[in-house]
Design a protein around this ligand. Structure first.
Ligand code: 2P0
Length: 353
């Protein structure tokens, strides 16, 4: 009848985040609990972000989702866990002018249609699950009137993808590993907001447009099972590095920030190499970029640019300020000259013409 014809919607946008102290390894695979704290910064939402619209209507027969216009399955445990946690925390909804009311227990019987878009190519190997799950959880929480702090929402996003918990805040964010078995204290906290250190300029160099071969999820599982360096890193290295990184960020100490960021990226890739069989995420172009930045920093005496690489060959570089960023772009174009037929809007440094 007429009462079945309503539909409620909510839309949200969430950017991806880049870790400067890396998350690599879980102590609980289902709840997604990490073996160490991590720290990241969240990208400006105009770039590398997900936009998600969620709708609810009594005419929907099942939960369904479309990613970049293509329907995907929601049957996986990660989606189911997020949906269950959110439904359990749903609030009452009332729209007096339309005479509409949804009581919190009704959300368990209602179904959602979810449409999500990334403003960057998923195929470019840039993390999309962090932005995607952060956005999914936030938009559904708004739709269902979930009355929780962002930190509590981050614990739900974490169950979609570990790194997603850090995308619910802007600026610099710490994901504390927590020590509860149920994960209630494994949440994200904002260290400083996006205005605190706004001289920094982020440059992402796409080095290969190929999809990565080893997913983060299986890669970190293999590292936990086989790498003794990972155990040493989590127990003896990261705790101290987290404290130093928090200090560097608070004091906007770029030299210390850059040293820690580069060292942590390199140690993460050393762990990958220490995994059996070894995992290679960086390629020759990634290594050349590291060399170029290291030589430049050494020549200047104090670091100008920090680099960090995730589970793929693409370089994320952080320049001290706008002037340094300009010089960095000049250098990259000098060392990786595009040929005249390259489209500079989608130029991939490592691709041969
Ligand atoms: C990070 N990465 O801290 C690290 C550095 C990649 C390298 O978080 O299994 O997609 O969904 O928790 O979050 C990528 O791992 O893995 C990641 P799951 P996720 O950003």
């Amino acid at each position: 009848g007429e009462l079945d014809k309503w539909m409620l919607m909510a839309t949200a946008r969430a950017p991806t985040n880049i870790a400067v102290i890396k998350y690599w390894g879980k102590r609980d695979e289902t709840l997604i609990l990490p073996i160490n704290d991590s720290i990241s910064f969240t990208i400006d939402p105009d770039h590398l972000s997900a936009t998600t619209t969620v709708a609810v209507s009594p005419s929907f027969q099942e939960d369904r989702m479309w990613l970049n216009g293509k329907e995907i399955s929601l049957s996986g445990g990660r989606y189911q866990n997020c949906l269950r946690e959110l439904r359990n925390r749903a609030g009452d909804f009332e729209d007096k002018t339309r005479g509409m009311q949804i009581r919190k227990e009704d959300w368990k019987k209602l179904h959602f249609h979810i449409a999500s878009y990334n403003n960057f190519p998923t195929a470019a190997g840039l993390a999309s699950s962090a932005a995607g799950f952060a956005c999914l959880v936030f938009s559904l929480a708004k739709l269902m009137n979930v009355n929780e702090e962002i930190g509590q929402l981050s614990a739900i996003a974490r169950q979609g993808s570990g790194s997603a918990c850090r995308s619910l805040f802007g600026g610099f964010v710490k994901w504390t590993m927590g020590n509860q078995a149920n994960g209630s204290d494994s949440i994200a906290v904002q260290l400083v907001d996006e205005t605190h250190w706004d001289e920094l300029v982020i440059i992402v160099a796409v080095v290969s447009s190929r999809q990565k071969e080893t997913s983060s999820t299986s890669g970190m599982r293999e590292s936990v099972e086989t790498s003794s360096l990972l155990q040493h890193r989590a127990q003896a290295i990261v705790p101290n590095r987290i404290l130093q990184m928090e200090e560097s960020i608070k004091n906007r100490d770029f030299s210390s920030f850059a040293r820690l960021t580069c060292a942590d990226s390199n140690q993460f890739h050393a762990v990958c190499l220490d995994t059996s069989p070894p995992i290679f995420y960086m390629n020759d172009t990634s290594h050349r970029i590291i060399n170029i930045v290291e030589k430049w920093n050494q020549h200047e005496g104090i670091p100008q640019v920090a680099y960090t690489f995730d589970a793929g060959p693409n370089a994320v570089m952080i320049a001290r300020n706008r002037k340094t960023a300009t010089l960095l772009l000049q250098r990259l174009l000098f060392y990786f000259p595009p040929s005249p037929d390259h489209d500079l809007n989608s130029y991939v440094l490592g691709d041969k013409t």
